[in-house]
Design a protein around this ligand. Sequence first.
Ligand code: 6PG
Length: 630
Amino acid sequence: MNQSGKIYLVMGVSGSGKTTIGQLLASQLHIDFFDGDDFHSVSNIEKMKSGQPLDDHDRHDWLKNINTLASKTLAANTSAVIACSALKKQYREIISANLKESIIWIYLHGSKELIQQRMAARQNHYMPVALLQSQFDILEIPNESIKIDISLDPQTMVNTILQETYKTTLGIVGLGVMGKSLARNWARAGVKLSLYNRFVKGVEEQVAEKTIQAYPELEKASGFEDLPSFIHSLAKPRIIFMMIKAGKETDRFIDEMLPHLDAGDILIDGGNSHYEDTKNRIAFLEKKQIHFIGTGVSGGEKGALYGPSIMPSGSYEAYQKIEHLLYAIAAKDKNGNPCAAYIGPEGSGHFVKMIHNGIEYAEMQLIAETYAYLRYVQGLDPFAIAQVFDAWNQGDLHSYLLESTVQILQKKEGESYLIDLILDVAGNKGTGNWATIAASELGIPAGMITGALFARYVSTIKESIRHIKQASITNIHSTQLSIDTIKSAYTAARIINHQQGFLIIKAASLEFNWNLDLSNIARIWTNGCIIRSRLMEKMIPAFHDHYELFEYPEFQEESLRLKPELKSFCISALEFDLSIPCFTASLDYLNSLSGMYSTANIIQAQRDFFGAHTYQKMNDASGAFYHTEW
Ligand code: 6PG
């Protein structure tokens, strides 16, 4: 994005005042002014003098001359004002070829009568009044332009142009950790920003101004705590990115903004909103001709600052208008493509982010359970465990979460490992809960996500846990496992976690007709987000032609091949009274999929026994339903 030079292209029909306004604007900006008419060929001028209108052929070379002038100006890192009628879209395309981002179109509009009067008073000009109608005939009013009414006095017109020109491209609402970091990322990408944070007396005062002062890259941003001024500082159509608390607060804020918004404005919700809320907001705002994009943003503070993974959904038309802004800050995959992609309609972006978090919960819990085994069964200290994890992280088990845990385990406070000083009660903000509910509603067995979520819940029942802990230090005769066995168990459980998580996405795609591209979702999760890993990279080709990870032989075979180690790990950990809900859920998934020891027939019989719910029979091609008087 070239921010150093700009071409202010003042356009409109002959007699609209392009030269007067252009010259005044240029003098106030202390830049050069060029009259496009000076770049006509002699033959064009002769033709106009003789009363004949120019045709497209006549105009082509002239417009190319203006493009060359603009290109040279920008290449010299300077700005200029150019006056040129540029009446048709195709003319403007010739002028702006390869320069789109750097041209500010200023369209001077007024009635034909007023322009006729002005032209009649003009002396020594080759354009006769009679040709004015031909100009109005071909005029195509530009959408993306600053429109200025020529009945205003010249200085007011120029003031308005300057005011509009300095409008910003993107508004960010909410300057907490994520909002602030995204703002810094966008500022570094050269995007002109308006920043808004609410005013709460004594708690949140002048947050936007203070944020701007704290970070040099935000120097050019404008800060607000007055909502109407913030909204009016943005160029139209306004693009406003919200990073505020999900739920009612988001609705309250949308309501507060509504009276100040115009048709075509685009609101983006980057928080962890529930996908159904996003769907409802899209529908509600559509009626007011306001676009709403719900987007998952993953990567925590560092991701937001240096490149998150971004999962937007909603109207594709609106998405196209903001894609360049998302690409400007997103992380890059191995091929250098942005880890941001249109996910689908409705709240599919937030749905996908919610499942990302579900997978994240189980990935975190698997590491925690492995840590517990290495610490309490193998007797390794945190530093030694960090070394084990670090070695795994060098190979196929590489992941951001494993890498982070290596650093966590090495951290000391005084003589103690910090991990030993942290209260063992886990918090959550709700997305794991929603993911579990969604899996359940869609009929997808996601025992690992559920296990990870419930492990957090169990940790909050502090007193009873301490009581059981004391009672459970038992004398176990178990052989400790080799590090390689533990590694294999962890490898298998991770594959099963991703199998379960992606199955939920697949089910939602079918249920809601979202047509989600699982391979592309895996791709945008290979960098920037919390669950980025080498395994994720391997999943991109798998999802090219398979809709489930387990349909892809490599993944199914690997998890089955590693099942004996997974089983040994679970048995050993349980013998030591360790709580390993994610590992046992992964093993249980493989056992139940094998179908060897079926139990569902007993359930069906019981249902029929007490509720006459009927059952079907094995090898019965008719698919008939039976009921028995038990
Ligand atoms: C991410 C994270 C992020 C946040 C989670 C944590 O992808 O960047 O998932 O969204 O850290 O919301 O959720 P819990 O507080 O529920 O663990």
